[in-house]
Design a protein around this ligand. Sequence first.
Ligand code: M6R
Length: 610
Amino acid sequence: MCGIVGYIGNKNCVPIILEGLKRLEYRGYDSAGIATINSVSTDVVKCEGKVSALEAMLNLNKLDAPLGIGHTRWATHGAPNEINAHPHFNENKDLFMIHNGIIENYQVLKTKLKKQGYNFASETDTEVLVLLIDSFMKKNLSLFDSVRYALNEVEGAYGIAVISKKEPDKIIAARKGSPLVIGIGENENFISSDVSALIQHTKRVVYLDDNEICELTKDNFFVKNISDESIKKEIENVTLELDELSKGGYPHFMLKEIMEQPDSITNAMRGRLLFKEGSTKLGGLQGYEDRLANSKRIIISACGTSWHAALVGEYMIEQFAQIPVEVEYASEFRYRSPIIYSDDTILFISQSGETADTLAAMKEAKRKGALVLGICNVVGSSIARESEAGVYIHAGPEIGVASTKAFTSQLMVLAQITLLIARKKSMSFVDGKKVLTELEALPGKIKKILEMNSEIEKIAEHFVDAKNFLYLGRGYNFPVALEGALKLKEISYIHAEGYPAAEMKHGPIALIDENMPAVFIAPHDSIYDKVISNIQEVRARKGRIIAIATENDYDIDGLVDYCIKIPHTLEILMPILTVIPLQLLAYHIAVKKGLNVDQPRNLAKSVTVE
Ligand code: M6R
């Protein structure tokens, strides 16, 4: 969740680190800090709040150094304040560390260090680790070995970068469970938790794997594992471009990403639709198609929005590929001794590819011998690399904390996987072609929905003061109801619940009165009449109703207060369209409340802690 940037070279590291931290701020933004070392001094500057606050302090301090590390934090242990902000350091202020992750046995280590005479300034687990490293340095071990010895005592997850005045020509970085990538430059090298902080300087990167430690100097690096064995690493080239990381004229990344969806879903199907065969070709699954199609059961596991995509996937695969599907929260899957058979396929979905719960669930599934596949957005991410095979959604960088374009692209890929299996089973060529034709038509239909942006903004005006919201849908659109509610609550802080529309009468209907807005996802599909009955039930109790309906549905107009009409498509693909007005509705409500939609409180983009 936290952002890490380190620099070693001939330039002043401060502007480079600040620029990198700004790009990483979506990962955590409650406090920030930087530590630098030059030939005359070591300096550390930290503050509560965003990187802009740190920048203001640094302007006053005018630091200049060729070596430094910086951090933007999402608090786990200890409140977000200056003392708990990273970098943490030893008493002499000559050893500094930044950390992403959680040291689980920090209490045990803290007690041990206290007995050795160490005092602690912060409430963080990170300070324990830096002082543990210090305790090894006091035994005259090198910085590299001190880090290695310390990590051998640590339980938990970490991505760390460490610098020391005693060895001012290097950065030591190590990873277990939290991403770290080295950027290789000319007479300069970088370390970061995310390639987006590096691409301005270099496209040549090395991804660290779990239990690896790297020593980085300005013109070299080596990697060993925690047992001191050398590891040969490949230098990879990233294709990400800098302009993909900017707002492109939009006021927020979230709006830009919503508006990008005609393109992002086009990218999710590029080169993958086989009209001649009425099927799909997914390069990342080559060689695994038959095993997948012959699975006795498919389990899909994920968190948050990706979990909602998984639920849609369940409806798709069961209906068309006729394989039983179970959907599991990754956080539950990893701890509940799931029964897994060797002819199961387990599909993990993650935008970031770094979500700690999903990654841990994936490792558990691998241990149990099933076929483990990944659906990820971030190329080279941990989940992408851990999976046996998988499919990239190619949505491009998603910076807004609320996931939008990744969701629709995940659904695109799930539909393509469904088609791939279904065509190997009972689906006819004609039906397969129908799905392909509709897939191809989706970008145009999304454009039409996006043209309704100002209409949706006007509807949003009426709900800025709402305290609660209900989102109701059935069948394929039940997960969309969950997703609509999640979007609203995470960026507007309005309490919202998603429910299967028919379940409403088993409890939530008690909440309905003239103050309760209910959003119905009611496209013209096989279950339309039933949803209309549920709308009637809310209407009879004076609830305020917003409906997402299909164009040419005039019957619904008299039943609801506001209606957003969207183009029609096949039922299996409808969630890709119905979710878009809900993204815009949540966005406009939050903006009208004056909230920071890209960086909502308490959240971070990739949840790399449990
Ligand atoms: O990167 P992932 O898809 O694994 O992330 C999973 C969730 O943390 C994520 O979808 C989260 O719920 C978003 N903030 C939703 O908008």
